[in-house]
Design a protein around this ligand. Sequence first.
Ligand SMILES: *Cc1c(COP(=O)(O)O)cnc(C)c1O
Length: 382
Amino acid sequence: MRNSFLPFSKPLISEEGINSVVETLRSGWITTGPKTAAFESKFSEYTGATHSVALASATAGMHVLLKALDIGPGDEVITPSMTWVSTVNLIVLAGATPVFADIDKNTLMVMPEAVERSITSKTKLIIPVHFAGAPADMQPIRKIAEKNNLLLAEDAAHAMGTVYQGEKIGAKGTAIFSFHPIKNITTGEGGMFCSDDPVLIERIKRLKFHGLGVDAYDRDTHGRSPQAEVMEPGYKYNMTDIAAALGISQLAMIDAFNQERRQLALLYRELLGEIDEVMPLSDPAYEFSHAWHLFIIRLDIEKAGMSRDAFMQELKLRNIGTGLHFRAAHMQRYYRETMNIRPGVLPNTEWNSDRICSLPLFPGMTDGDVRDVVDAIKDVLK
Ligand SMILES: *Cc1c(COP(=O)(O)O)cnc(C)c1O
């Protein structure tokens, strides 16, 4: 057994990244300013996005999105229940109704036909999730949105560097990325709102900062024009230059990070092939390139004779950390009690919600660490 704990995730911060944060702290300008502007433009360059707006989190991005699109009482938003709860919480807080579309059993991607079946006269917006670092099947989802005159925004929290049919996630449409410490790059906390819709971007820029009409950092006055006026009530969701300095350094390493993740993931796939009780996710059938945000397995609880939660606990006792991405939103207490969705309505979501578990995967992890995880799994199941 390992004698030190292997966490499920750990950020890799370079000395250069640390120095650039320190330099920002000493510069006399620490909130939204030149570093944030540079991070936004480098992010657009990397993803191919037309516009990028840096924010305090992806959740903040989802909030300003719903506000900008005027989502409120009487509106329905289609999203998978197999997602992080922040999206669902914000839909409910906006007074709108989340409508859950089921996912593919083995890729965890929302199924286009399930999205289509969920459309009613009240539907306004579709939020697909690019799960674990692979992309959702955007081509049919875009067609469905177009045909039914619906808005579409992608949850790209897992998709930094993901490519779908030759195009990076973020390059087309509207996508929201997260820089929470477990994501493929981090700014401590942070997010990026990317869109090719200039009208939407103007709204987002306003809504993320008090509803002020101007955003530009003025190098001469070292600040924002004091004449800026409120155009509409807005929030306070801007990114700091301290965070953006770290983001610039992280962004420079994204391809190297993802390459490391890929190698570790392929080793997991090879070694786990021998274990019957453990089923990794399948690759989607369409053309894509994986960002390997998470390495998710599903425990065959019948064959293993134990619950997923017990399995995670046993791994912890063997010094292996794991994650749970995610317990389905509609199976969490508040949504269980308020939405009361009948068991069996979202069969693939429920099946996975009881069986999924994320194994340790982060740049800086070694092949030896992967072998430790697999040995611990074998020991738990023996
Ligand atoms: C992490 C995550 C979010 C939220 O990102 P924050 O930056 O923490 O707000 C949203 N959706 C998914 C799928 C996530 O994994």
